[in-house]
Design a protein around this ligand. Structure first.
Ligand code: GUN
Length: 292
């Protein structure tokens, strides 16, 4: 069997089109332009690339893009003052503070200062709690993108066995909550899991977010399973995922490639979250198909 390739690049483009349509409607019918503020502290090269790309795509879908840069040695209080301004700014519906922050800053403290209603990353403890209790939350972008692709491929996920490999706050844990919300039977596995291959072999859905190049091999995969590879590992062979694509794609029913799978979905979902936050702030109907 050769797996169906889930094309994340094309999927992300469709998500951005939907966002753009909704943005145009908000402008035409309500005179509202959704706005996203991105804050970058320091000059981390990878972060600069991400922030530039976020700004470009935000404008492409017709939203207001605001960018703020602080020096690497800025005081945490300066960042907190900026966040307070953005919280109070009615033109700003989404706030993203690019991570990682410099070592002298307390990441949890800074994230907790963002208004949860504008927390388009879904990292605020209130949103984590809302998601964990099955309430309406802002949902982290990468797991939201994975969920959208899974729903599109399967229709209903109800009753399926899902194994999430990785327990990070950004991907593994929220991914597990989302799959549970869609009535999967969910196992969270990680680097210390015993007999990991056997655990993964039970899964109808595998989400690999462990950060180890090509760790999940084809003989771990149940024939016909759907494999979502969140890994982005730079190796001598170039960019590879957490899944050994060559062997896994011979066994899986569907699989996301790296690059071109989950990666492009993250920014698309950030834009989706910004429109959702804007609609919620204005008591308007949320865009269909762009939320959990
Ligand atoms: N750094 C790398 N990925 C992300 C992300 O999704 N959100 C934020 N805020 N920072 C990041």
């Amino acid at each position: 069997m050769t797996a169906t390739v889930i094309d994340g690049k094309a999927f992300a483009s469709r998500v951005r089109d939907k966002v753009a349509t909704h943005v145009a409607r908000l402008k035409d019918e309500h005179g509202i332009t959704p706005g996203l503020a991105v804050v970058l502290v320091g000059e981390d090269p990878a972060s600069q690339v991400y922030v530039k790309s976020k700004g470009k795509m935000t404008k492409q879908v017709g939203m207001l893009s605001l960018e703020y840069r602080l020096n690497a040695d800025a005081a945490q209080d300066d960042l907190l003052a900026l966040i307070a301004d953005l919280n109070a700014n009615p033109e700003v519906h989404g706030i993203l503070v690019q991570l990682p922050l410099p070592g002298h800053m307390d990441e949890s403290y800074v994230l907790a200062a963002i208004d949860p209603a504008k927390d388009v990353d879904g990292f605020h403890i209130s949103n984590v709690g809302l998601l964990g209790t099955g309430q309406k939350a802002m949902v982290p972008c990468t797991p939201l993108g994975c969920l959208m692709m899974l729903r599109d491929h399967h229709g209903s996920l109800s009753g399926l066995d899902a194994v999430v490999i990785g327990r990070s706050n950004i991907v593994g844990k929220p991914m597990a909550q989302l799959l549970l919300g869609d009535s999967c039977t969910v196992t969270i596995a990680h680097s210390r899991t015993k007999n990991l291959a056997d655990v993964v072999r039970r899964a109808d859905i595998v989400v690999a977010a462990v950060g180890r190049p090509k760790m999940v091999s084809g003989d771990w995969i149940k024939p016909g399973a759907t494999v979502i590879d969140v890994g982005i590992n730079r190796t001598d062979d170039g960019l590879v995922g957490d899944v050994d694509y060559a062997s896994a794609s011979q066994v899986a029913g569907a699989i996301t490639p790296v690059p071109g799978g989950v990666g492009p979905m993250t920014i698309a979902c950030l834009l989706a979250n910004t429109v959702t936050a804007c609609c919620r702030a204005n008591d308007l109907a949320e865009p269909e198909g762009l939320t959990a």
